[in-house]
Ligand binder design. Structure first.
Ligand code: GLN
Length: 260
């Protein structure tokens, strides 16, 4: 299904065309994750790219060359169990997509399902795609809930958000965290990591939605998508277009945290 309501109008006027797959978008869209879609569209259009968004859900096929960007939102345990049965359809092409260094962002339940498995709060093991090696256990009757702040040293970027999960994730193999926790819970209670970074694939527990709070991450995803498809593209610097967007969001977060 294509979201006709949010595709770029007059797309022929744009230099680039970016096709986004929203994995299981009709089932996994917890805590306003669709706001991430709107921010991707906003950033893409400012950078000269028209966007289309297609939900790839139960019974649909996914082909790596049909998309320039993949987004997989958060979901509750129930939806995760429903989609688990369908993952065999997309796993091998999704692996090829990721290994080809194409960009992907996964949130919370989507991030968990990208990995090996998720043991939910009632102890049931739900198998993920197995495309990446991280795995998820749970905090039992507890949850990590609240504001969160992390820092990524490689990008020298700080991320701000809100988390709400009982799943606790452990990275494995060549996976790196998206950030180290400054404030909040993160992936698990043991290693101060938050989220995942592997090639141009990212995972995170941040809702909020993450991209409206952290437009640098949205910029990175769109820039990667454009340059993968149009290697000679000239992309404006982040600061020339999006600096105000970022400072407004950081101000809003800091005001909240100072009240704690
Ligand atoms: N069911 C998962 C957990 O609680 C994911 C929740 C979510 O996507 N918000 O860990």
């Amino acid at each position: 299904m294509t979201y006709t309501s949010i595709q770029t109008l007059n797309s022929e006027k744009y230099t680039y065309q970016i096709r986004v797959a929203h994995l299981y978008g009709d089932l996994m869209n917890t805590y306003g994750d669709n706001g991430n879609i709107l921010l991707l569209k906003y950033i893409a259009e400012k950078l000269g790219a028209a966007t289309t968004f297609k939900i790839v859900s139960l019974g649909d096929n996914f082909k790596k060359n049909d998309y320039d960007l993949v987004f997989w939102g958060g979901g509750q345990d129930f939806e995760q169990e429903v989609i688990a049965e369908d993952l065999y359809r997309i796993s091998s092409e999704l692996k090829a997509y990721i290994e080809a260094e194409k960009p992907l962002l996964s949130i919370c339940g989507g991030y968990q399902m990208l990995g090996e498995y998720y043991i939910n709060a009632s102890g049931k093991k739900i198998l993920g795609t197995g495309v990446l090696p991280h795995y998820t256990k749970n905090l039992g009757n507890n949850r990590f809930i609240g504001d969160i702040e992390t820092h990524n040293e490689e990008f020298n970027e700080t991320y701000y958000g809100f988390e709400n999960h009982s799943g606790i994730t452990y990275l494995a193999g060549e996976e790196k965290p998206l950030g180290l926790v400054i404030y909040g819970g993160g992936n698990n209670p043991d290693d101060h990591s938050e989220g995942l970074h592997y090639k141009n694939t990212y995972g995170t527990y941040f809702h909020g939605p993450i991209l409206s709070r952290n437009p640098r991450l949205a910029y990175r995803l769109i820039k990667t998508a454009i340059l993968q498809k149009y290697p000679n593209a000239e992309i404006s610097e982040f600061n020339s277009l999006f600096k105000n967007l970022e400072s407004e969001q950081i101000k809003d977060y800091k005001r909240k945290v100072e009240k704690h």
